[in-house]
Design a protein around this ligand. Sequence first.
Ligand code: GAR
Length: 211
Amino acid sequence: MKKTPLKIGVLVSGSGSNLQAIIDAVRRHKVKAEISIVISNKADAYALTRAGKYKIPTLYIDPKNYPDREAYTRTLTDELKQRGVGLVCLAGFMSILTPYFVKNFPLQAMNIHPALLPSFGGTGMYGHHVHEAVLRSGAKYSGCTVHFVDEGCDTGPIIVQEVVPVKDDDTADSLAKRILKIEHKLYPLAIKYFADGKLHIVGKRVWLNNK
Ligand code: GAR
């Protein structure tokens, strides 16, 4: 019997360059999965246009139509569940979901963060704020992290990381650009490991099972 491929749901808010990297990896069969839905909390997210180009179903769920974060989270989670999504990828999704989401997707949701967690993560640490904080700190290295989503903010088990050196003349823009390039390689890799059943999770530690 043919195994049905893993169904991925991608959550976005902005440009969606990471979404593009995931689309490319799926189309080139580097990742054995299909993207079932792309959901945005922003109407004008360019990520929605990217998905549309490949006829991937999209959904804009406007937070303003919900009384609170919990109601919003429930609607979004139920949309993913209804489509049989087995992995949710947060790709530049700039909204915080409640524990209802994590309870429905335990170790089945990933996020990409543009720094080396557990440093430079947590509330308020997104996009350029992260790179500005790295530059302010004087750190010589930054990078990116793909981690499972748990009930905290940027605190879930780390799947893969890659280091990017900070240059003396870096601005938040130049650092963001160099890190983003690495993100596009790292996120599809983490998804591939998941889709191939290669991730072994013990507490906060994620091991790659290459046997
Ligand atoms: C990426 O750099 C991603 O790591 C970051 O937002 C950018 C989205 O770019 N995410 C966070 O800061 C989450 N805390 P994209 O829309 O082009 O993929």
